[in-house]
Design a protein around this ligand. Structure first.
Ligand code: MLT
Length: 263
């Protein structure tokens, strides 16, 4: 499905019935990241999965994509499809950074939070300069050069050895990202604010999910989220890395389904 927002055309999935569950993908990915959830959770919730600007079928836009801008896009998306009630806001990695921005901007539109493979802390100086190098790489050599560096860290070692077909799907998903999307998100993530002060303000039920073998964001970042968010619970999934929802879809869906049913 597609919709025209203020300055671009967005593609999205809208399937299932019940409490709306907004699923925000990470970088450099797209809404097909959520295919196992779109398949497996549509009896539990109404799943709304947009392609962020520059990714999947949504238009590639120039410029930096601040986390506020991407949260605003999600808000416009919900309004445009007539979802005006509070929703469960779920995000993976960069999607989690966007979920924090969404919470700060539109707290009344959040029924609950699902924070997966994410962290509250901003980029360190080292991470910022790494982003800069990736921006240059993407502009000089395209998406595939960035993907080549990142792909070996996206999943757990066990997934690389036991699920080659999944590795192939993820590689294709990443490579399909536009250079505008890659550069815009890198600049946005590089400049993102510290969400640590937000954690103490969150008063909505929150499920934190993390892969035990996440090579990009360590489990201790998820523990920090759980310790600081009042009404939160953490589940660490074994044999899963950064893309735990793809690597261990049944366990992930089970955790989300029981969370939604508890709301
Ligand atoms: C993501 O998966 O969205 C990114 O790895 C997040 C990041 O680079 O900080």
């Amino acid at each position: 499905m597609e919709i025209k927002l203020n300055d671009f055309r967005m593609e999205y999935n809208d399937v299932g019935m019940g409490l709306p569950l907004l699923l925000i993908h990470g970088y450099p990915l797209n809404r097909t990241l959520w295919d196992p959830q779109i398949q497996g959770l549509q009896n539990e919730a109404r799943i709304l999965a947009p392609d962020l600007r520059g990714f999947g079928g949504s238009d590639p836009m120039q410029g930096a994509y601040s986390m506020d801008l991407l949260a605003q896009d999600c808000f416009e998306f919900l309004n445009n499809i007539g979802v005006k009630q509070p929703v469960v806001v779920g995000g993976l990695s960069m999607g989690g950074y966007i979920a924090f921005a969404f919470y700060r901007l539109f707290p009344d539109r959040v029924a609950a939070l699902l924070l997966s493979s994410t962290r509250a802390a901003p980029d360190s100086e080292e991470a910022k300069s790494g982003r800069q190098k990736s921006v240059e790489l993407a502009m000089e050599r395209g998406a595939s050069a960035v993907v080549e560096l990142m792909l070996p860290k996206m999943m757990s070692p066990k997934t690389y050895s036991e699920q080659p077909a999944l590795v192939d799907i993820v590689q294709k998903m990443m490579v399909s990202s536009s250079v505008e999307g890659i550069v815009g998100s890198l600049l946005g993530m590089q400049a993102r604010p510290d969400s640590t002060p937000t954690l103490a303000l969150i008063d909505k039920p929150t499920l934190v999910l993390h892969g035990a073998d996440d090579q990009l964001i360590p489990v201790k970042d998820a523990q920090t989220l759980q310790a600081a968010i009042k009404n939160s619970r953490l589940e660490v999934l074994p044999d899963a890395g950064h893309l735990l929802n793809l690597e261990q879809p049944e366990r992930f869906n089970q955790a989300v389904a029981s969370f939604i049913n508890s709301l």
